[in-house]
Design a protein around this ligand. Structure first.
Ligand code: NAD
Length: 491
């Protein structure tokens, strides 16, 4: 059974219930994850609260030294971490390496905190009166992660939080906690003072305890939309700051002037990379015009037939398994619903996979997708390419804007004017122009809109200072003569 990490120590959980952690490529049980309790969460919060007393006044230049040390350790263990991500999640090693790299970039960016969190100062806001504003850490923050990026997602938040002077409690996904256990070994080696970064394993009981705990100042959540909304509503009603990143339904539009071979390859990778288990995965490809649709269909079907499924550690494999049998069954059900609602299947990824160990689905390609279909509205989170057609560019934009989700969208075009119109008119907050997975880098902010994001302040980038600090403004009048000094008050 894996252990919690509280106040600098590995502690066995007191939980009565636990979950098996599977290698989704083989079905093998790797470990067990305890489903922790509210009292364990409280122990971690109390440790973090105590650590905050000295951490907050540790100069930022000293705080980030621990992150510099961690960066070196992460590089030394890069391959080991990437293999662990593949082993517990299933994604290919190439994808796992990319996600660990993104995580390390967060640590690098957070090392700039002494500059990022500098405040403001203004002389003579009125005669003889000056004003200054400082960004101050607030206390204990909670971080709740999803299963699809075992290494990267917690890094979107905690390095920024601790660099800004806060202390942290992380709850990894109970389905993929092993990578975080390894990362905590490295956090320990980097020498962070005890209680600054803590980890409590578990599921909804730990999440709910975080949302209501009186000593938690804010929560960063990433996961599905219903849980994101629940965490946002519960956390904010208990006086916390919450940034809750939710699910997605991402549309890709192909204009007739696009480089169609590149568009098809990019859209295909976006939809099927990570077996579709990415919040920025494309889903519905809307080609503008019959001719464009016909060419995209031909190119995508060809690619789908070239997919090599298998264990992501094998370099010949281009797509790994889904996370669980339940996910596989859910995606199969969504494919069937599309066919029942009148769509046409071109490549059926449900065939010839059930004899394999693990939770494999091959790529599915479906055409004739219409806005009213269930599969056109809900997140699939599996390797299913949905092909649709619209008569005009405006119709395609109207369709994607009608989605309740607003995470990302992509346009394929060679026209600057079309790209400008698209960026201007679409509602999702992360936009790709000839880019299939438009994931903002660490120094930009990440997050969607509508049902893909609940909160006001997005993840990483400059927003991290806004989320992880309170701005305190002082207005000062000292007098312009020396009378206070001559009376001795200043000595
Ligand atoms: P999930 O919502 O099932 O779980 C996320 C976290 O919430 C986990 O730590 C889990 O323990 C906890 N949780 C689950 N059910 C809960 C409940 N009823 N009450 C309280 N807490 C609960 O999400 P997942 O399946 O792990 O991750 C996939 C989802 O995450 C997808 O919808 C995907 O789009 C989304 N996601 C979004 C982003 C983004 O940036 N917007 C990034 C990655 C993943």
């Amino acid at each position: 059974m894996i252990k919690n990490h509280i106040n600098g120590k590995w502690i066995a959980s007191e939980a009565k219930e636990s979950l098996e952690i599977h290698n989704p490529a083989t079905g093998e049980v790797l470990e067990r994850c305890p489903l922790g309790t509210a009292s364990e969460l409280d122990q971690a919060v109390q440790a973090a609260k105590e650590a905050f007393k000295t951490w907050r006044s540790t100069p930022a230049v000293d705080r980030v030294q621990y992150l510099f040390k961690l960066k070196v350790l992460l590089e030394e263990h890069f391959e080991e971490l990437s293999r662990l991500v593949t082993t517990e999640h299933g994604k290919t090693l190439v994808e796992a390496r990319g996600s660990v790299r993104r995580g390390i970039q967060m640590v690098e960016t957070a090392c700039g905190m002494p500059t990022l969190m500098m405040g403001e100062h203004f002389e003579d806001i009125a005669p003889g009166i000056d004003s200054k504003a400082v960004n101050r850490p607030m206390g204990v923050f909670g971080i709740i992660a999803p299963f699809n990026f075992p290494a990267m997602v917690p890094f979107w938040f905690w390095p920024f939080g601790v660099a800004a002077g806060n202390t942290i409690v992380i709850k990894p996904s109970e389905r993929v906690p092993l990578t975080q256990v390894k990362i905590f070994e490295l956090i320990e080696k980097a020498g962070f003072p005890k209680g600054v970064v803590n980890m409590v394993h578990g599921g909804k009981d730990v999440v709910n305890a975080m949302c209501t705990h009186p000593d938690i100042k804010g929560i960063s959540f990433v996961g599905s939309t219903p849980v994101a909304k629940h965490v946002y509503v519960t956390g904010t009603s208990h006086g916390k700051r919450v940034q809750a990143l939710g699910g997605a339904k991402n549309f890709m539009v192909v204009l007739p002037d696009a480089q169609l071979d590149k568009a098809a390859a990019t859209a295909y990778e976006s939809i099927t990379g990570c077996a579709g288990e990415r919040c920025l995965a494309g889903s519905v490809v809307i080609s503008v015009g019959k001719e464009t649709a016909g060419k995209i269909e031909e190119l995508v079907v060809k690619r789908a037939k070239e997919t090599v499924i298998g264990n992501g550690l094998d370099s010949k494999v281009t797509m790994g398994p889904l996370i669980s049998q339940a996910s596989k069954d859910r995606v199969k059900g969504m494919i069937q619903s599309a066919l029942d609602e009148g769509a046409e299947i071109l490549v059926d990824g449900r065939k010839d996979v059930d004899h394999l160990p693990g939770y494999f689905l091959n790529t599915t390609v479906i055409k004739g997708i219409k806005p009213h279909m269930t599969i056109a509205k809900e997140e699939v989170f599996g390797p299913v390419v949905l092909l649709a057609e619209s008569d005009t560019f405006d119709e395609a934009i109207a369709w994607l804007n009608s989605s309740p989700f607003g995470n990302t969208t992509t346009l394929f075009t060679t026209s600057g004017a079309a790209a400008r119109k698209f960026s201007y008119e679409v509602e999702p907050s992360m936009i790709g122009i000839n880019i299939g997975v438009p994931a903002p880098m660490a120094f930009f902010s990440f997050g969607g809109t509508k049902d893909s994001f609940f909160g006001d302040v997005k993840a990483h980038g400059k927003s991290c200072v806004t989320f992880f600090t309170d701005t305190k403004t002082t207005i000062e009048r000292w007098g312009s003569d020396s009378s206070i000094w001559s009376s001795g008050q200043g000595k």
